[in-house]
Design a protein around this ligand. Structure first.
Ligand SMILES: Cc1cc2nc3c(=O)[nH]c(=O)nc-3n(C[C@H](O)[C@H](O)[C@H](O)COP(=O)(O)OP(=O)(O)OC[C@H]3O[C@@H](n4cnc5c(N)ncnc54)[C@H](O)[C@@H]3O)c2cc1C
Length: 382
């Protein structure tokens, strides 16, 4: 058992860390405040190859693996989560369904620009009336001749409305199975298709420099060839995508938790109270020690889940554990980092305020903490 990174992995981590500190950190506060999408940062991340990390070179990828993506996400989120979630959603939710389930034609048409970061794709699963219970999907797609006609709406879809969004994959009911249950399928809807409307961006508590919209489909027609993979495989497809995505979200949460440690150490050494730096008080040292312990153990949990996935072993339970633990400790660390910063921690100009606002969604997105517990309990035979 060896948890040390290879030279190549270490080099990737270093280069993303430098990029986060030198390029993301100086520019992101303004985007966060103004709720604007950081196109220039995303363009540079594309040039670095981050959007192609876990994909084969024959499709325009970097020939790395999912763990490489996780390392990059951790380093980005250590500085900023809006940029990190944009990459996470673009790769593991946007491009991955086409990479895993698409036809050769679909891959050739869509992947090159998605993997270079010149285009983004959204993953349209959640609906206004149903999130955790994805089987409750109401959006319908009916095959009329050689076209799917889609009607319904989707809620909270990341990367669905940027200037460079090229498509959204939409989960829809396409029929009824012999046992009476819904037949779910996934359909590719290109941006700009008539009948596909993107609502203005939500006003969010956190991740304010990321792109999130409600989408509506009103007699939206796309070619029959836009079906992703087999008809009726929609449920299995999104379960696989979400299982993997949980490891990536865990890595992002670890990054945020570690960023809280970084900022807290810096502040505790500078801030004076009662004649000495607050970092000299054991109460503050213990908070920081606990924060480091939590970030470290959550990192081991996502390393383990990623290692199992890459080895082709079952990883559903470990991915849910990693996501549940990492998101919980990210919220803990953000709260404690804010506490260590006192009143300044409540001021938006301090990174810890951003960490605090960005942490809560980690316990909700890509499966709530309750859903992770359901997955773990089910895997334990309950
Ligand atoms: C910023 C942001 C970005 C997002 N990006 C995307 C995206 O790109 N694509 C996408 O498809 N979705 C996206 N989502 C949606 C996200 O995945 C859902 O919000 C999440 O899955 C929860 O669904 P819900 O909001 O409908 O909550 P609900 O499912 O309504 O849950 C409400 C509460 O009830 C609890 N609950 C539900 N069922 C049970 C049960 N059986 N037992 C115990 N408790 C239960 C939940 O845990 C939660 O606490 C995004 C959300 C946000 C906020």
């Amino acid at each position: 058992m060896d948890f040390r990174l290879s030279e190549e992995q270490e080099a990737l981590r270093e280069s993303v860390r430098d990029f986060a500190r030198e390029v993301v950190a100086p520019a992101i506060a303004e985007h966060y405040e103004q709720h604007t999408f950081p196109y220039e940062i995303i363009r540079q991340m594309g040039k670095m190859g981050l959007f192609g990390l876990p994909f084969a070179e024959e499709h325009g990828g970097m020939g790395g693996d999912y763990f490489a993506l996780c390392l990059a996400l951790e380093e980005l989120a250590r500085v900023d989560s809006s940029v990190a979630i944009t990459l996470e959603a673009a790769v593991s939710l946007g491009a991955m369904p086409i990479y895993r389930f698409g036809t050769d034609e679909q891959k050739a048409r869509w992947l090159p620009k998605l993997l270079s970061g010149e285009a983004l794709a959204g993953f349209g699963l959640t609906e206004p009336g149903t999130g955790s219970d994805a089987g409750g999907t109401q959006t319908r797609a009916v095959l009329e001749g050689d076209e799917w006609v889609i009607n319904g709406s989707k809620a909270f879809i990341t990367n669905s409305g940027t200037d460079i969004t090229s498509l959204v994959t939409v989960t829809a009911v396409t029929g009824t199975r012999p046992d009476g249950s819904k037949e779910l399928s996934t359909i590719i809807v290109p941006s700009g298709t008539p009948g596909f409307t993107v609502a203005p961006g939500y006003s969010k508590v956190g991740w304010t420099a990321s792109d999130t919209h409600e989408l509506t489909f009103d007699d939206c027609r796309v070619p029959a060839a836009n079906l992703l993979g087999e008809r009726g495989r929609g449920f299995a497809q999104f379960l696989r995508i979400l299982d993997e995505g949980r490891i990536a979200i865990a890595a992002l949460a670890v990054g945020l938790a570690q960023g809280c440690v970084d900022e807290s150490i810096k502040y505790a050494k500078e801030r004076q109270a009662f004649g000495q730096p607050i970092g000299a008080y054991q109460a503050i040292q213990f908070k920081i020690a606990d924060m480091e312990m939590k970030a470290h153990t959550a990192r081991l949990a996502y390393y383990d889940a990623a290692a199992r996935m890459l080895a082709g072993e079952p990883f559903k339970r470990q991915a849910a554990i990693a996501k549940l633990h990492a998101s919980t400790i990210a919220v803990d660390n953000a709260r404690e980092a804010t506490q260590i910063h006192g009143g300044y921690g409540f001021m938006n100009e301090y990174p810890v305020a951003r960490f605090w606002r960005d942490s809560k969604i980690l316990e909700i997105g890509e499966g709530t903490s309750e859903v992770q517990r359901m997955v773990i309990a089910r895997d334990l035979g309950m």
